[in-house]
Ligand binder design. Structure first.
Ligand code: URA
Length: 465
């Protein structure tokens, strides 16, 4: 026996070495929590070189991580930096996370709706990348709105308004910053355990009591395969519940853009129109999903007995204007000019506009939502590389939904681009992404499956068997 202990047994007090951990994972063995903590600490501090971290990510991607390894990775990443404590707010802290999509602006609705019903919503959001939009970019189309708050400022806005939507601070979950950038460069993004740990570590570092996950399915989803979406949803629920956060995951349809606007300012304008209690055309799916998600947030946060009664409370807060008042107060508390919502159309100043008309008569049978997301990005509303600026006034307004009957020449969408020369590309992408045919497509429900602590564990047991 080696007097220093067995370096291959992670429970021994012997010092750990990254090369041994790499060999162990490469050969398909499960790592101990201590070994995973070692990797995460080394990623956050820079003590482990990037080539070894990259090799570990690839080994983890190919060999897979067990449920215990996934939980250990999530918790170690959560604890890799500063954390937010919602205790001074004196309310249950509840957030919603969406796995991304096109036209997904539910955050602007669910945050004030849940806050109006008595829970605190400390929401840490991301930016647009690839075909999906980013909540922070959309909010920054409001003149003056600050997304980079200190944790102290975040707490002050939460105390004042009940919700706050900000970006990740440099000190929150530093391990994810390093590992996510490496995953992006080493083809190791699409792995349920790595995605679960990356998403949950950031949510759990905000000290949440409860979390609602909106996992997208369909042509615009990050994971296209329905079974992969289910596995990820169940894994996130089981992992977050094991960390003490009440969690539900809803699988929701991203087989067409959510609502009628996809872009930056135009999405905020649509959300605020709903918060005013209006029912604009083609926004019904957005209204419904926002109320469902808010209902779950309110129920898991202890302010309603069931998600259905949470839905009713949220709808009342939508119709009596209390959620709108909270949203506008949050905008002002974060330095934004809330007056722009008085004339949303007047404030909208796109560089160039074009209307795409139906090229034949029939039903809209399919919308390739990922391609539509790229069309939105090409208007100038999104970015190709991290750090690039986005155009607040660019985007696409849809005038028809899946299942709609359209006549040749009828407007399908209005494209708002930064410059005239940028109009043809998104117009072409849009024409290629929409299928018009003679048959009406089948109805697709907005929510196809729900995972909670009652069914997630069993699902995972069956899936890994
Ligand atoms: N979003 C994240 O934050 N992390 C992932 O791994 C995937 C999506």
């Amino acid at each position: 026996m080696n007097p220093l202990g067995d370096p291959f047994n992670g429970n021994s007090p012997a010092p750990l070495h990254m090369i041994d951990i790499l060999r162990k994972k490469r050969d398909g063995a499960a790592l101990t929590a201590r070994e995973i903590e070692y990797v995460v600490a080394g990623a956050a501090s820079g003590a482990i070189p990037l080539e070894q971290l990259a090799a570990w990510l690839m080994a983890a991607w190919i060999r897979g991580l067990t449920l215990d390894e996934t939980r250990a990775l999530t918790l170690a990443m959560r604890d890799s930096g500063e954390k937010f404590s919602p205790a001074p707010l004196g309310k249950a802290a509840v957030d919603k996370h969406s796995s991304g999509g096109v036209g997904d602006k539910t955050s602007f609705l669910v945050a004030p709706l849940a806050a109006a019903c008595g829970v605190a919503v400390p929401m840490i959001s991301g930016r647009a990348l690839g075909h999906t939009g980013g909540t922070l970019d959309k909010l920054e189309s409001i003149p003056g709105y600050r997304t980079a708050l200190t944790l102290k400022e975040f707490e002050e806005v939460l105390k004042k308004c009940g919700c706050s939507i900000v970006g990740q601070t440099p000190t929150l979950v530093p391990a994810d910053r390093v590992l996510y950038a490496l995953r992006d460069r080493t083809a190791t993004v699409e792995n349920a355990s790595l995605i679960c740990a990356s998403i949950l570590s950031k949510k759990l570092a905000a000290g949440l009591n409860a979390l609602v996950l909106d996992v997208k399915t369909g042509s615009g989803a990050f994971l296209r395969n329905e079974k992969d979406c289910e596995f990820l949803a169940a894994l996130m629920v089981a992992t977050a519940e094991a960390a003490g956060t009440r969690t539900a995951a809803l699988l929701t349809d991203m087989g067409q853009p959510l609502g009628r606007a996809a872009g930056n300012w135009i999405e905020l304008a649509e959300a605020v129109e709903l918060l005013r209690g209006n029912r604009p055309p083609y926004s019904e799916d957005l209204r419904e999903l926002s109320l469902i998600l808010a209902g779950w947030m309110i129920a898991l946060g202890g302010q309603a007995a069931t998600p259905e009664s949470g839905y009713e409370r949220a709808e009342a807060a939508l119709m009596d204007g209390s959620a709108l008042r909270i949203f506008l107060a949050m905008v002002e508390a974060q330095g934004g000019d809330a007056n722009v919502f008085e004339d949303p159309v007047g404030f909208h100043r796109p560089g160039a506009t074009a209307v795409v008309e139906a090229w034949e008569s029939g039903f809209i049978t399919e919308m390739d939502t990922t391609a539509l997301g790229w069309a939105v990005q090409r208007t100038g509303a999104g970015r190709e590389k991290a750090g690039e600026p986005v155009d607040p006034h660019a985007g696409i307004l849809f005038h028809a939904r899946r299942g709609a009957k359209v006549e040749r020449g009828e407007p399908l969408a209005t494209i708002y681009a930064t410059r005239e020369a940028m109009l043809p590309e998104p117009s072409e992408l849009l024409r290629g992404a929409i299928t018009i045919s003679g048959t009406c497509p089948e109805f697709v429900p907005q929510v196809s499956r729900i995972f909670t602590r009652e069914n997630a564990g069993k699902y995972l047991e069956d899936a890994v068997r």
